[in-house]
Design a protein around this ligand. Structure first.
Ligand SMILES: C[S@@+](CC[C@H](N)C(=O)[O-])C[C@H]1O[C@@H](n2cnc3c(N)ncnc32)[C@H](O)[C@@H]1O
Length: 254
């Protein structure tokens, strides 16, 4: 019963995902737990799942790059632990919003970069040197060829000392089941989900299998991985936490 509503909402989404992201971020006026950005729950509980692995595996003397940083919620979280964090995002509007929300923090900066573009890794390496990489919720919205290009760029950036920490949604069902899980019905699709549907590429899942394809063992060494819970903004009538099954991994170039 949800299908006609979803088809109607997605029918105007731009074919080019990068145009979609820019349009999405241009239309965002509120963020955080009660805001419009589906994945920006600002949940400390989610972040705490990542803290031990990041502290254990990131060399603190290296810069950190938050790839696909959006409005910078996790860039700011990382900047509480590491001396310098750069958020990069393909959308200039996301970067502008991230800068606004990070005003006054002097160990953070943001750049508009398409992280899947050939040569992006070399350009960032020249600017920042070998780096640790944090990625949340980006790979599952990229097609496999773009995932592989992103991984190629990250490999250039981590050199031998940096690490990649990735965390992605890994919902086992199809995208319709995912929407139902988030509480969507034919009559009611909450605004954060609605604006994602109207603008963005359809999300896939990203687990061990997808990671193995994008980060092949001939080029990458898996340090650790496992399940996590990703939190989205509450969209239920009781304002309760809403979680989605996720997958995390820590990798280094081999
Ligand atoms: C689901 S959001 C996650 C945002 C942020 N990482 C977070 O967890 O709050 C995905 C982000 O990836 C960005 N993105 C998508 N494709 C990208 C690309 N090719 N290069 C850089 N950023 C990209 C989008 O603009 C968006 O901000």
């Amino acid at each position: 019963m949800l299908v006609p509503t979803v088809v109607r909402l997605t029918s105007h989404a731009p074919k080019d995902p990068l145009t979609g992201w820019e349009g999405y971020w241009r239309g965002i006026h509120s963020t955080g737990r009660s805001g419009e950005v589906l994945w920006d729950s600002g949940s400390l509980t989610e972040a705490l799942q990542y803290a031990d692995a990041i502290v254990a595996h990131f060399d603190p003397t290296l810069p950190v790059i938050d790839v696909g940083c959006g409005n910078g919620t996790y860039t700011r979280w990382l900047a509480k632990t590491f001396p310098h964090v750069t958020g990069i995002d393909v959308s200039q509007s996301a970067v502008d919003l991230a800068k606004k929300e990070s005003a006054g923090l002097n160990n953070i900066d943001f750049l508009a970069v398409d992280a899947t573009q050939i040569g992006a890794g070399d350009a960032l390496l020249k600017q920042m040197g070998p780096s640790n990489i944090f990625v949340r919720g980006v790979l599952h919205v990229l097609k496999p060829d773009k995932q592989a290009r992103l991984a190629d760029n990250l490999r250039v950036l981590v050199k031998s000392t940096g690490r990649v920490f990735l965390t992605e949604t890994n919902f086992p069902g199809n995208s319709l089941a995912y929407m139902q899980e988030l509480g969507a019905t034919r009559q009611n699709i909450a605004p954060p989900l609605r604006s994602a549907l109207e603008n963005l590429p359809r999300p896939g899942h990203f687990g061990a299998q997808e990671r193995g394809r994008a980060f092949p063992s001939a080029q990458w060494k898996l340090i650790t991985d496992g399940p996590v819970s990703i939190e989205v903004v509450p969209m239920n009538s009781h304002d309760l936490r809403q979680q989605v099954p996720g997958y995390f991994a820590v990798l280094t170039g081999s």
